[in-house]
Design a protein around this ligand. Structure first.
Ligand code: ADP
Ligand code: F6P
Length: 322
């Protein structure tokens, strides 16, 4: 394999640049030319390719976002769109592709593999909703950002005897919310996988008040069964909660920022292994972290199997929030 390409797709995640750098430098090590595809599948359809040298990926290891930019593209979901993308890739002489992105992007990668192009996926998404890897690139940094925000908000919550409802990202997955609640010392967590009723939230807040807590923090996943604003309205109407209610939706500040040491390491290892997988003739696979090992799993499994949320972490959250 002499010419490969790399793209970042879906929501950007801290560490994507570190992964691009690893793909480029590993490719060069193995005597390959590495092209960057700008704006993911949109760039594939438009033929927006750029030859990347080692110097072009200098100084990006510590940068958030993605130098190749990213996009969401509906046309690529159609057979016609996929054929057009393949035509562009063939025109450019691309023999293998590394797709760094979330579960949707990996679904796209699988279609290209099914059309005959050698493709390897790299999990990159702050949501940690991808089956086949313990962690995706960006999750650790996003968690650190969320925890810092929680710590700051708790200062105000304590000073004013308030209950804060803090909404975090994660699409349909409660991983960020559950981990943030444990690591940020929240009193309650509400996830899509284990939603509790609004009345139960009220009871938990009252319980925290009665036990003498000077504040209460509830972390709510954006994919929970009800919105944070509806919950805030509900709680404010109940006069027996004990705390004044405030809400804070953290939003896109969770996605940016310089990648943590963990994410730089994960991205570097996965980027390198992705190129090695292509070199070894593998396709239709994703490289992921399983325990301490970097392994390949099939994209078929990645895109059909659901990641389980461990009951253990709910138990940890419940016990430690007392
Ligand atoms: P993420 O990769 O972060 O989960 P999306 O779900 O938005 O983000 O997917 C990113 C892009 O991947 C989509 O805009 C589309 O171009 C492509 N994609 C998603 N699902 C499919 C699919 N089933 N078939 C082909 N391409 C897909
Ligand atoms: O997948 C990453 C993510 O940040 C999700 O947590 C969130 O639901 C979504 O992307 C937001 O997408 P956008 O930036 O397009 O609003």
């Amino acid at each position: 394999m002499k010419r490969i390409a790399v793209m970042t797709s879906g929501g950007d995640a801290p560490g994507m640049n570190a992964a691009i750098r690893a793909v480029v430098r590993t490719g060069l090590e193995y005597g390959m030319e590495v092209y960057g595809i700008r704006q993911a599948y949109s760039g594939c359809l438009n033929g927006d390719f750029e030859l990347l040298t080692s110097r072009e990926v200098s100084g990006i290891l510590q940068r958030g976002g993605t130098i190749l930019q990213t996009a969401r593209n509906e046309e690529f979901k159609t057979l016609q769109g996929q054929r057009r993308a393949l035509r562009r890739l063939n025109e450019q002489g691309i023999e293998g592709l590394v797709v760094i992105g979330g579960d949707g992007s990996l679904r796209g990668a699988l279609t290209l593999h099914q059309h005959g192009l050698p493709v390897v996926g790299v999990p990159g998404s702050i949501d940690n909703d991808i089956w086949g890897t313990d962690m995706s690139i960006g999750v650790d940094t996003a968690l650190n950002t969320i925890i810092e925000a929680l710590d700051r908000i708790r200062d105000t919550a304590t000073s004013h005897q308030r209950a804060f409802l803090i909404e975090v990202m994660g699409r349909n997955c409660g991983y960020l919310a559950l981990m943030a609640s444990i690591l940020g010392g929240a009193e309650i967590v509400i996830t899509p996988e284990q939603t509790i009723s609004m009345d139960e939230v009220a009871e938990a807040l009252i319980d925290a008040y009665v036990r003498g807590k000077t504040h209460a923090v509830a972390v709510i996943a954006e994919g929970a069964a009800y919105s944070t604003t509806d919950l805030a309205t509900f709680l404010a109407k109940r006069k027996d909660v004990g705390f004044e209610i405030r809400l804070s939706i953290l939003g896109h500040m969770q996605r940016g920022g310089s990648p943590s040491a963990f994410d730089r390491r994960l991205a570097s290892m996965l980027g390198m292994r992705a190129v090695e997988a292509l070199r070894d003739g593998k396709s239709g696979v994703m490289v992921g972290m399983n325990g301490r090992k970097i392994e390949t799993v099939s994209l078929e499994d990645v895109t059909t199997k659901a990641r389980e949320m461990s009951e253990y972490y709910y138990e940890l959250a419940r016990i430690l929030s007392r």
